[in-house]
Design a protein around this ligand. Structure first.
Ligand code: ZN
Length: 155
């Protein structure tokens, strides 16, 4: 059940990238729905996806009716990652227009907080970021006092 909370880190959620070359595609904050199915199995609908090439628009009959869609490929390695909804004929499907489906079998999901920070997740959320920021400020002031003492000495 841990994955359920992935989107609650204030916009830092799961990152979705090309499975083949790991190019960044989108993040959890752009997720509209995880209840889609593609030709390869489960798929997710995203508001915005980056680093993709759009193919020619074609009409395709989906489970939810007729749509005009464009297959989308990774900008870097040109592997197919899903499709974009260009136009929906049914009024109740128009919310999908302009949004992009990524097929889970074709993309990689990674949790950025898991990697370098590991167990510090909770501390990070509770404001542990303040610590390095204070430290940086102290460094800057000591550097400027050093600089001013140096310049006053040179005058
Ligand atoms: Zn790629």
């Amino acid at each position: 059940m841990g994955r359920q909370f992935a989107g609650n880190y204030g916009g830092i959620g799961t990152v979705y990238s090309c499975k083949k070359c790991d190019t960044y595609l989108t993040c959890h904050g752009e997720l509209t729905s995880a209840n889609f199915t593609g030709s390869t199995g489960p798929a997710c609908l995203f508001k915005r996806v980056w680093n993709i090439l759009e193919e020619e628009a074609i009409e395709r009959k989906m489970l939810t009716g007729m749509h005009v869609v464009r297959d989308v490929k990774c900008l870097v390695c040109e592997a197919k990652v899903g499709w974009m909804y260009e136009f929906a004929y049914s009024d109740d499907q128009t919310y999908k227009e302009g949004q992009v489906i990524l097929e889970l079998a074709l993309i990689r999901q990674s949790e950025p907080l898991d990697d370098p920070l590991g167990e510090d997740k909770v501390a990070l959320i509770e404001g542990a970021l303040e610590r390095p920021r204070r430290q940086r400020r102290r460094n800057r002031s000591s550097a400027s006092s050093y600089a001013s003492s140096r310049s006053s000495r040179s005058i």
